[in-house]
Design a binder for this molecule. Structure first.
Ligand code: ZN
Length: 140
């Protein structure tokens, strides 16, 4: 298991986002303007191999990077873990050279909650049974 490497992006952008109350518990909010396509935060954590992932019973914060690695983003230091799922998100998770970044899909204004679509596998495992509570699905 490789140890976490510091995220320069998160050191730089740590003051441009905040963790706060949202309809889904805690959420990640912008405190600054983000341009479309701009990187917001990196999804950080320990890198696990497929074999290590296979030994985990339940962890909502696993993010597969590629065929070889999955990031365990469960540590609180990973501020990206606070970004909630939305079926109509304003950001997206992109993988670039083995690292995962949350980027703005459109202009994000100060005060906006930052959301991304967690994808079908996560949705089926963790969301579907309880019903999706994102703002798009609640009609808010
Ligand atoms: Zn939804």
């Amino acid at each position: 298991m490789k140890t976490d490497t510091p995220s320069l992006l998160n050191e730089r952008n740590g003051t441009r986002v905040r963790v706060g109350r949202s309809s889904a518990g805690l959420g990640l909010f912008a405190t600054d303007l983000f341009k479309k396509g701009e990187r917001i935060v990196e999804y950080t954590g320990k890198r696990l191999t497929e074999m290590e992932v296979g030994e985990i019973v339940e962890n909502r914060y696993l993010l597969q990077i590629n065929d070889r690695y999955t990031v365990d983003g469960s540590a609180r230091a990973n501020i990206a873990r606070y970004a909630n799922h939305s079926c109509k998100p304003n950001s997206e998770m992109n993988t670039v050279r083995g690292r995962a970044y949350l980027s703005a899909k459109k202009k994000i204004f100060p005060g906006d909650e930052i959301t991304w679509n967690y994808g079908r596998a996560y949705f089926n495992d963790f969301i579907k049974d309880g019903g999706c509570k994102c703002s798009a699905c609640r009609g808010a």
